[in-house]
Design a protein around this ligand. Structure first.
Ligand code: NAP
Length: 237
């Protein structure tokens, strides 16, 4: 039986690149679909059995519950979870002296931090059913307190720092039960986080997906969880 991965935010960007690569490597992929972009539909013809598209808004309890119900009808377990979905709404804010949009920050927390917890929690019975139990979280250098040079971007930076803490707590809880964790900064990618495709960034998401999968599927010392970048370097928290 092919191994099974669940990827959130698989419509575009890094999530789509990860979906394509895992499918090409023989995995079954449950691809969390957020909006109606055409890219996943275009892949479906090539992988009619192994690509399973599921509507999944990680910021919504009911959407996540519905996704769990749908996936449980088709599969018994999930081997690899990749919590990738995120939004960025706060980059234009450079200083505490500016007007702050707290609704934007709440949305960033709900998607980037709580979304990862919500999905892990709701799919936990399916993760428990697998022997692989690999849980991967796409964070960012923006969440590293030690490396921080920004003066604003409050919601995004804080949501990623909080995600790092959540992953550390889950590692404390679950690493002795056979679960392994990857916490990852994918580098600066030409993706859609800022609304339009960023043409100035360093990597196409396809290339970034190669680096990411190498780390997600590699053997590492599982006694600690580390924030690792796309070059395999450990980053300070
Ligand atoms: N881009 C970078 O340079 C960079 C750097 C460091 C870390 N990261 C991290 O890398 C990950 C992937 O980002 P990306 O650059 O590939 O961005 P992206 O192109 O915007 O992809 C993010 C994906 O998440 C989806 N999404 C947004 N809100 C969602 C929700 N509530 N529920 C489910 N899915 C949702 C998006 O759907 P829509 O496209 O329909 O909105 C999109 O498919 C994120 O965790 C990001 O924080 C990115």
């Amino acid at each position: 039986m092919p191994k099974v991965a669940l990827i959130t935010g698989a419509d575009r960007g890094l999530g789509l690149g990860l979906t394509q690569r895992l499918l090409a490597s023989g995995w079954t992929v449950i691809a969390g679909k957020f909006l109606d972009w055409p890219e996943l539909d275009a892949l479906q013809a090539s992988f009619p059995e192994r690509l399973i598209q599921v509507s999944l808004d990680v910021s919504s309890d009911s959407s996540v519950a519905q996704a769990v119900a749908e996936v449980q009808l088709r599969l018994d377990g999930i081997d690899l979870l990749i919590c990738n979905a995120a939004i960025q709404r706060s980059a234009e804010v450079q200083s505490i002296t500016e007007d702050l949009n707290f609704d934007h920050m709440i949305a960033e927390f709900n998607t980037n931090t709580l979304g990862a917890l919500r999905v892990t929690n709701a799919f936990f019975p399916m993760l428990q059913a697998s022997s692989m139990k690999r849980l991967c979280y796409v964070s960012s250098e923006a969440g590293s307190i030690a490396e921080s040079k920004r003066t604003g971007w409050f919601g995004y930076c804080m949501s990623k720092a909080a995600l790092n803490m959540a992953v550390k707590n889950m590692h404390n809880d679950l690493s002795h039960q056979g679960y392994s964790f990857r916490l990852y900064h994918p580098g600066w990618m030409r993706t859609y986080m800022s609304g339009a495709k960023n043409q100035e960034a360093h990597y196409e998401p396809d290339e970034a997906a190669d680096f990411a999968l190498k780390h997600f599927l590699s053997a590492v010392d599982e006694s600690q969880v580390r924030l690792v970048d796309w070059q395999g370097n450990e980053m300070p928290w």
